[in-house]
Design a protein around this ligand. Structure first.
Ligand code: ADP
Ligand code: 5GP
Length: 202
């Protein structure tokens, strides 16, 4: 991929109902894409087995999270099934200024807040081919008890209602196809004319 004339990076917001496969698709797509920064969110949720503080999330107490809100340190934040999640603004701004694309993996309310603050953000919705597959995948993942899975599926029903506000929909049926679709969306933003205006000198 051309590395010349990188201006501001693109802010790419990836949302999908719990169990859609966001983590899995991003985990495959991002390592193959240069100049990309994955934003690490802050959350009051407890870590799942294998999750690492500062890598998966910044795991905070409610008091610490509240201090970030009060200090104006979050680009957006939302409450999701009993916990708070938010995007630290500083790293996003500095990575974009360095010409790197920034990926936010966040839920719908936060995504729409970002779009209202930054209309140039590109919103991508990841879903399985059938709604019923969410419960199936969450059950197979085994990271939440059945009552939390039920809450997440109920939340997904609401999230689908905002799907039409997104710029792109990636279908995660076959994993490789979904990775290709997401990568194509990210790469195509880099080819937009406004990102390459400085190449039009002669
Ligand atoms: P999310 O981050 O959206 O909550 P995950 O990436 O954790 O979802 O995926 C949820 C579960 O579905 C995981 O167990 C994952 O291995 C599985 N999964 C992800 N993509 C696929 C796929 N294309 N086909 C079948 N299972 C998948
Ligand atoms: P999980 O608990 O499964 O890691 O995440 C629950 C939901 O919170 C997912 O939809 C995830 O995308 C979303 N999320 C993660 N980080 C953020 C964030 O910084 N802001 C918002 N608004 N949502 C987030």
């Amino acid at each position: 991929m051309s590395d010349c004339a990188r201006g501001q990076g693109t802010l790419i917001v990836v949302t999908g109902p719990s169990g859609a496969g966001k983590g899995t698709v991003l985990g495959r797509a991002l390592p193959a894409l240069p100049h990309i920064h994955y934003s690490i969110s802050a959350t009051t949720r407890k870590p799942r087995p294998g999750e690492v503080d500062g890598k998966s999330y910044y795991f905070l107490t409610h008091e610490q999270f509240r201090a970030m809100i009060d200090g104006g340190e979050l680009l957006e934040y939302a409450e999701y099934v009993g916990n708070y999640y938010g995007t630290p603004a500083k790293a996003v701004e500095s990575e974009l200024a360095r010409g790197n694309d920034v990926i936010l993996e966040i839920e719908v309310q936060g995504a729409l807040m970002v779009k209202s603050k930054r209309p140039d953000a590109v919103l991508v919705f990841i879903i399985p081919p059938r709604f019923s597959m969410l419960q199936e995948r969450l059950h197979n993942r085994g990271s939440e008890p059945d009552d939390v899975i039920a809450q997440r599926v109920e939340k997904a029903r609401q999230e689908y209602k905002s799907g039409d506000k997104y710029d792109y929909i990636v279908v995660n049926d076959n994993l490789e196809d979904a990775v290709r679709e997401l990568s194509a969306i990210i790469i195509s933003q880099r080819c937009r004319t406004e990102k390459r205006m400085d190449l039009l000198t002669y």
